[in-house]
Ligand binder design. Structure first.
Ligand SMILES: NC(=O)c1ccc[n+]([C@@H]2O[C@H](COP(=O)([O-])OP(=O)(O)OC[C@H]3O[C@@H](n4cnc5c(N)ncnc54)[C@H](O)[C@@H]3O)[C@@H](O)[C@H]2O)c1
Length: 360
């Protein structure tokens, strides 16, 4: 392996600390610089990081620095595209937190700029590269459930404002349960069952306001600008039908995360918002846990970025691709359009099923 990819982080908020371990331990990565609108946050993250890490005055300054080859975009969804396009314009690769952007046109512009510049764009989630989703995928590919015919996917919570100190972005365009948590579930479902061809949705917004539940602003109320209960059906290109519920309006539930139903057996898939977990298989009598059989052995945020750095050196496509993220974004936006219009709609930004991750 040659020189590590020099990484600059833009956005030193809540999730940024979760990337420090991978940045400190992956041979393919070296964190050099951090920037945030709030300089104190950037300084704090730089101090917590391993080695010498500089603080840049702004995202615009960071993307121009010679000690940055790739920008790790950890800003809020509404500014993902602005930061990503600025980095690409400065000739830097990008790995972005999800979602890739908030509109199809933003995603198209990112893919076009990356192609034009000969640059890589990767996008979270990388959890689905872990052993949980990938062992489940191997079980499907090995035919253990027969032919997959259907799946369910459930993400239920009463809302992130209960724990996040600045939760407004979850309730603005680019947020909501589907755009926030959907990328984990839909990326996993595309790994498991292939791309989505058509969707039918229904959605609601039971509350006009929410209240911050923790941190210095606890008790402050803010408006809800997006639907917070989203449900629908995804028709995968291969014919399987996924029934989905993504909700910020459910206080308690005993639903599974993802299950896939085949002509012979059923497969229980672990939480796609985690790297590990144990898939289990049942023919209707008992559930048998499957041992880890595939996936990235190191379960931590940043393995998708490390894979992107290694793929650059090896001249192969990276796994957590912007093409997959664009398909996932289009699927989510089309589901919301479908809910709005009361009709089934085709998903137009398509992709191939991503490659499986290392079996062992
Ligand atoms: N918090 C989580 O548990 C979590 C988990 C997984 C993914 N994510 C994703 O990570 C991203 C960030 O989430 P978060 O919870 O860390 O949000 P956050 O609000 O805590 O942090 C975002 C940071 O970005 C900074 N920022 C915004 N615009 C900027 C700009 N133009 N230039 C420089 N800095 C800018 C803000 O000042 C803030 O410090 C989101 O896309 C979110 O979906 C969050």
């Amino acid at each position: 392996m040659g020189e590590p990819l020099k990484v600059g982080i833009v956005g030193a908020g809540k999730i940024s600390g979760a990337y420090l371990d991978a940045l400190a331990t992956a041979d393919s990565l070296r964190l050099t610089t951090v920037a945030d609108l709030d300089r104190a946050r950037a300084e704090d993250l730089a101090e917590r990081a391993a080695g010498e890490v500089a603080v840049a005055g702004s995202a615009a300054e960071l993307v121009e620095r010679d000690d940055v080859d790739a920008v790790l975009n950890l800003t809020v969804p509404a500014v993902h595209t602005t930061v990503t396009l600025a980095a690409l314009a400065a000739g830097k690769h990008v790995y972005s937190e999800k979602p890739l952007g908030t509109t199809r046109e933003e995603a198209d512009a990112i893919l076009a700029a990356a192609r034009a510049g000969g640059l890589r764009v990767g996008c979270a989630p990388d959890t689905v590269l872990g052993t949980g989703t990938q062992t489940a995928r191997k079980a499907l590919d090995d035919g253990l459930i027969g032919r997959p015919v259907a799946a369910t996917a459930f993400m239920t919570t009463a809302g992130h404002e209960r724990w996040h100190p600045d939760p407004e972005f979850y309730y603005r365009p680019g947020g909501g349960p589907l755009l926030d948590m959907g990328p984990y579930y839909l990326s996993a479902l595309v790994h498991l069952l292939g791309p989505v061809a058509r969707v039918t949705g229904a959605a609601s917004r039971p509350r006009a306001e929410r209240e911050i539940g923790s941190g210095p602003r606890a008790g402050e109320r803010f408006p809800v600008e997006v639907d917070t209960h989203v449900t629908g059906v995804l028709e995968h290109r291969g014919g399987a039908l996924t029934t989905l519920v993504m909700s910020f309006d459910i206080h308690a539930a005993r639903l599974p995360r993802i299950e896939v139903y085949g002509t012979e057996r059923s497969l229980s898939v672990p939480d796609p918002n985690g790297f590990g977990g144990s898939p289990a298989l049942s023919d209707g009598t008992e559930w048998n846990v499957l041992p880890d059989a595939a996936g990235h052995p190191e379960g931590k945020r940043g393995i998708g970025l490390a894979d992107m750095a290694e793929s650059l050196a090896e001249g192969r496509p990276h796994l957590a691709s912007a093409e997959l993220a664009s398909h996932v974004l289009d699927t989510m936006l089309t589901l919301l359009d479908s809910a709005d219009q009361g009709v089934s709609l085709p998903v137009t930004r398509t992709t191939e099923r991503p490659p499986a991750v290392g079996t062992f």
